[in-house]
Design a protein around this ligand. Structure first.
Ligand code: NI
Ligand code: MN
Length: 231
């Protein structure tokens, strides 16, 4: 059994009977979020890249839970300096943890922390996605990415039960490309992410789910705070 809690934007919590992990916590900065950060209990926090809308609450969440952050080497090092436990990894690498297995996959995007006061952008390594084996399921979280041809390879290498795909457009794939991605990765089920949080990435999640259905792919445009259980 795997329980999915969508916290809005790209923030997804995966829970089994004994374990719970978070991907890309962005709660306190999201006006649509339905959960208090202090109420979230996780042992591991996976970060796809260094943009604020993915890492904003990572250090606070890690500190309140004594959780370990998993991210690309540069981002893990940077956050480690803020006093949290981290594990650095890189594209193509995988890692076994008490809750299951994590593989870091490529994403076509950028990754840096913008320090406004100093007009500096700190490089944070390559952006990434994750293939996560947990609770008997294989989950793909694409992170922020445009469509890329090697998503077909992900579909060949992994039997993906559930995928979180960005549909917001502008900074990532829009709905049309995300529909192609869903076919290429050969997933059974898609939850759209990275949309409606801000006006420039407004999309119709239910229309996307209807387009998936035409391709015989199930989907659910979860609302922030909504929970889905996969048997
Ligand atoms: Ni980003
Ligand atoms: Mn983003």
């Amino acid at each position: 059994m795997l329980e999915i809690t969508y916290h809005g934007h790209s923030a997804v919590q995966l829970t089994t009977g004994e374990h719970s992990i978070m991907i890309d916590p962005f709660i306190t900065g999201n006006a649509l979020a339905a959960t208090k950060l202090a109420d979230i209990k996780v042992s591991h926090i996976l970060l796809t890249h260094g943009h604020q809308d993915h890492i904003l609450d990572a250090v606070e969440l890690a500190k309140q839970n004594d959780a370990t952050i998993i991210a690309t080497h540069e981002l893990a090092t940077y956050l480690g300096w803020q006093g949290v436990k981290t594990i650095g990894m890189n594209l193509g690498g995988s890692l076994r943890l008490p809750f299951g297995k994590v593989k870091m996959t490529q994403a076509f995007h950028s990754s840096g922390v913008i320090v406004d006061e100093q007009k500096q952008i700190v490089y944070m390594g390559m952006p990434a996605g994750f293939v996560i084996e947990m609770g008997g399921k294989t989950v793909y979280h694409a992170g922020d990415t445009g469509l890329f041809g090697d998503m077909k390879l992900l579909g060949e290498l992994h039997d993906i039960d559930l995928a979180f795909l960005p549909i917001g457009d502008l900074f990532t794939m829009g709905p049309e490309d995300a529909l192609v991605a869903a076919k290429w990765i050969k997933t059974d089920f898609v939850v759209p992410i990275h949309y409606n949080t801000f006006p420039p990435i407004k999309q119709d999640g239910d229309a996307f789910v209807a387009a998936l259905a035409e391709e015989d792919i199930r989907g659910n445009a979860l609302k922030p705070g909504e929970v889905l259980r996969l048997p």
